[in-house]
Write a protein that binds this ligand. Structure first.
Ligand code: SF4
Ligand code: SF4
Length: 417
């Protein structure tokens, strides 16, 4: 795609005053969600002219095979209500397209769509699940940290992208919402390459913002956040479901995430949002025009003050542009740790590790490096060679058996909690 083709089609995506509609919603009742989507769209001026003749692609957060109640993925009732709302606006074609963690294959997509409830959610509705595993190189010369991305074909071919995300904590970026969900437009294991290319989380966050800015500004766009039940603790897959009771909608994913971060009490500690503020994409202090509350909903009323933060929280304070900051970070940083009693030896963590620092080893050899490996049941188990670890936590995110834990430095636990 040439620079000329990157026309700004959604200016609102990068304007700090773009409103975020916020509604209280404590149920996965499809009718209730549908009516709130209609009202949020009206309040936030989303697609006022309808979508007649448009090809719409929904990018849901279906990060991995997880049942809807685990709260790692968008609930199928929200997906169904969204498809119905888009149909009511006259969309000509609706495609649901995700690129989850791991290899980008039709078989993997089928498994993920089924486990997450998307296959059932689409039945009887005018929407198709994407199985085209092609992707193309896209250029975004306006990017501040990253300008070239591999992006799955349906997203590049869409007139309209619907960023259908889940509100979760995230061990690397602290927040998984509208911005982070768009990392899933990068095909399968190319995501691991991006972690290798941007091992510093400041760079990684800036890259995510470039990717998000590219997708949301160069086509018609809306971000919808399923914050009815979110994930707290070590998200985006290893945490616990927690009721929040909210739905958000905006044409600006950065502003939407800023409101979402307030709901779960992590405003100020999400580098993606701080970076978006410095770029002028997002308000710095919310004013009346920024948040449109449906039936008087406010972030303060919906806030969950004791929402559990990831165990990696606070480790970023030691990151600095000098040798002392880097040394302190290296010393204090939390690390991934295999729980050998839960590990089933599937090898997914080793396959997902961008730094190739996880090696599957025979149990007796592994025991020489990791004493706790003696508790393992499989004969071949993973061992992390920590010197090369870049702390991306892909292993923790993608372990299907929740067997990768986060180990905090004891001093850091004392200082930061
Ligand atoms: S830690 Fe998880 S992903 Fe890695 S081998 Fe064990 S079960 Fe599989
Ligand atoms: S061991 Fe885990 S946290 Fe470390 S680089 Fe590999 S995937 Fe990332």
């Amino acid at each position: 795609m040439s620079k000329e083709e990157n026309k700004i089609l959604n200016e609102a995506a990068l304007l700090p005053d773009t409103p975020v509609a916020l509604a209280a919603c404590d149920t996965y009742d499809e009718e209730r969600i549908f009516s709130l989507l209609v009202r949020c769209a009206e309040a936030a001026s989303v697609f006022p002219s309808g979508l007649a003749g448009k090809k719409v692609v929904i990018k849901p957060n279906f990060v991995m095979k997880r049942e809807p109640d685990a709260a790692a993925t968008v609930h199928p009732a929200v997906l169904r209500a969204t498809i119905r709302w888009l149909s009511s606006l006259g969309a000509e074609k609706i495609i649901v397209a995700e690129s989850p963690g791991g290899p980008y294959t039709a078989a993997r997509l089928r498994g993920v769509y089924t486990a997450c409830g998307a296959t059932d959610a689409c039945s009887g509705l005018d929407a198709a699940l994407n199985y085209d595993v092609g992707y193309s190189e896209a250029h975004y010369p306006e990017g501040q940290r990253a300008r070239v991305f591999d992006v799955i074909n349906p997203i590049l071919e869409a007139d309209v992208v619907v960023d259908l995300c889940k509100l979760k904590t995230h061990t690397l970026t602290q927040l998984s919402g509208a911005i982070k969900n768009l990392f899933g437009v990068i095909p399968g294991i190319v995501k691991f390459e991006m972690h290798s290319r941007y091992p510093d989380y400041n760079d990684f966050s800036a890259m995510l913002n470039d990717l998000c800015a590219f997708i949301c500004s160069t086509r018609e766009f809306v971000a919808i956040t399923d914050a009815i039940v979110g994930m707290e603790g070590n998200g985006p897959t290893g945490g616990s479901p927690r009721k929040i009771g909210a739905l958000l909608m905006s044409q600006n994913p950065f502003a939407s995430d800023a409101v979402a971060a307030r709901l779960i009490g992590i405003e100020g500690s999400v580098i993606m949002i701080e970076d978006a503020k410095s770029r002028g994409y997002c308000y710095t202090e919310p004013k009346l025009q920024h948040i449109v509350g449906i039936d008087g909903a406010t972030p303060d009323a919906l806030r969950v003050p004791d929402f559990a933060k990831p165990e990696t929280r606070g480790n970023f304070i030691f990151k600095a542009d000098n040798i002392i900051g880097r040394e302190l970070y290296g010393w204090f940083r939390p690390r991934p740790l295999i729980n050998y009693t839960a590990c089933l030896g599937c090898g997914e963590c080793a396959a997902s590790c961008p730094a190739k620092t996880i090696v599957m080893m025979e149990k007796d050899k592994a025991q020489k490096r990791e004493k706790s490996a003696k508790h393992a049941r499989p004969q071949k188990i993973p061992v992390i060679f920590r010197d090369k670890c870049i702390n991306c936590f892909c292993c923790q995110e993608l372990c299907p058996h929740r067997a990768v834990k986060i180990k905090k430095n004891p001093l850091s636990r004392l200082l930061i909690g």
